[in-house]
Design a protein. Structure first.
Ligand code: UGA
Length: 438
């Protein structure tokens, strides 16, 4: 099939390169001319495992091409995926500006024998596919037939390529049997179960999935706080919870909470949309509030472990919102740094992330010293906070912490380290939902 993708973010690129790898011809478009120039030279603007090889393999085979003009896209293709960003601000209002801009640039196509399909992959409020179709119909001549469908994307940053080839499910929301059949056929070679449904259910299925994950994480963090107050060990509690097949073991890790470009904005958007629809989502709203409290909670724990933090040097291990990515969008590290600096203006902060240093430099106050290694960040520190659970932090030995740091106090914000082993070797390691060893 000949297809196009508008929006060369991680989702768009992984989807485009993935379909190209399955033998389709894919033209990938983005308004960011710099990004398209990079991609055309074979360079990938993100840290995303496996993506570079996938893109290169398909560009050199001629199946994947890049450009920056969406206007005549439907002249040549049968299917257009839209994967542009839909940011939501503090009020939760999702901005569909990028989506409408693409839709409004689409021009009538001359060959009207083939019915075109526009598949919205971007996360959008319920009812968006219908609004897009109405807007296109009001503008295009009657003989330009188009189905607007919703195919939400469930891929995760850091495993986008794997998630493309091994999806947990493929949700196809359509309003026509013809579109449903063609899209089912297109996805047949992927192993996940295909769920054919209507467009509104597909749109809500995506928002509900991210909200459910967020609620699970906030639940984990609240039980972890209760464990701390009552002398229980949260990881043991989580282990037990996870063995119940009705609960499952995933997304029960307590720590500094959820960040990234999706869970925070999609939960805010769901809450707002639900209020407007008259079906308030009190649980999701509480999950968002609980998540926002976590950086402050960590600062308070640091204050309990380290006297006078305003006169100390504190190292942050990890800055990205999760390991496996260089993405700093709504990363918990940002709120943590803001809280540390607000409560302790004299504090000296050093930080190191294996992949996100570059992105962080543009976002962090210049007072935070961004270092080239964990060793450099930890040298002379009075305490460290493990913010992102990169594997290399697990490999730091107790002796290294003791030699490099002024005082070996580690606040393990992701329960990533072997606290018992470190404590036994003279490093104070304080996890989340666990009692500190004394
Ligand atoms: C999330 C969803 O997992 C994807 O299914 C979805 O497609 C994507 O959003 C999207 O809407 O595009 P992603 O943002 O890549 O994917 O990140 P996750 O792996 O879901 O992690 C989100 C945050 O939750 C991270 O900050 C992570 O550290 C945190 N987290 C995760 C926890 O605090 N505890 C856990 O147990 C799991």
């Amino acid at each position: 099939m000949k297809m196009a993708i508008v929006g060369a973010g991680v989702v768009g690129l992984a989807t485009g390169a993935g379909f190209a790898d399955l033998g389709h011809s894919v033209h990938c478009v983005d308004i960011d001319t710099g990004k398209i120039a990079l991609l055309s030279r074979g360079s990938i603007p993100y840290h995303e495992p496996g993506l570079e090889a996938l893109v290169l393999r398909n560009t050199s085979a001629g199946r994947l091409t890049f450009g920056h003009n969406p206007s005549k896209l439907l002249n040549d293709v049968e299917l257009l995926f839209i994967t542009v960003g839909t940011p939501s601000g503090d009020t939760g209002e999702m901005s569909l500006a990028a989506l409408w801009s693409v839709i409004d640039q689409i021009e009538a196509w001359p060959d009207t024998d083939i019915r075109r399909m526009i598949a919205i992959k971007s996360t959008v409020p319920v009812g968006t596919a219908e609004r897009v179709e109405l807007r296109l119909r009001s503008r295009l001549p009657d003989n330009c037939l188009v189905d607007v469908v919703s195919i939400p994307e469930f891929m995760r940053e850091g495993s986008a390529v794997r998630d493309f080839f091994e999806p947990s499910r493929i949700v196809i929301g359509t309003a026509s049997v013809d579109a449903e059949e063609r899209l089912t056929q297109l996805h047949q070679r992927l192993p996940g179960p295909i769920l054919a449904t209507d467009r509104r259910s597909a749109e809500l299925a995506k928002l509900a999935a991210n909200a459910c994950l967020a609620v699970k994480i906030s639940f984990a963090n609240e039980i972890a706080a209760l464990a701390e107050q009552t002398g229980a060990d949260y990881p043991s509690v989580a282990h037990s919870l996870g063995l119940d097949p009705r609960i499952g073991p995933h997304f029960l890790a307590a720590g500094l909470g959820f960040g990234g470009s999706c869970l925070p904005k999609d939960t805010r958007a769901l809450v707002r949309m639900a209020d407007e629809a008259g079906a308030p989502q009190t649980l999701v709203e509480a999950a968002v509030r609980a998540n926002a409290m976590l950086p402050l909670r960590m600062v308070r724990k640091l204050e309990a472990a380290l006297s006078d933090p305003g006169r100390r040097r504190v190292a942050l291990l990890g800055l990205a919102f999760k390991p496996g990515t260089d993405d700093m969008r709504e990363a918990p590290s940002l709120r943590l740094i803001a809280e540390l600096s607000r409560r302790h203006p004299g504090i000296t902060l050093t930080a190191y992330d294996p992949e996100a240093n570059h992105a962080a430099r543009k976002l962090l106050p210049s007072s935070v010293k961004i270092c080239d290694s964990a060793e450099e960040a930890l040298k002379g520190a009075d305490a460290a906070i493990l913010v992102t659970e990169w594997r290399e932090f697990r490999q730091i030995k107790a002796d290294d912490f003791k030699i490099w740091m002024n005082r070996p106090i580690i606040m393990d914000g992701r329960n990533a380290l072997d606290a018992a082993a470190l404590n036994a070797q003279g490093v104070v390691c304080i996890g989340v939902g666990r009692l500190p060893v004394v």
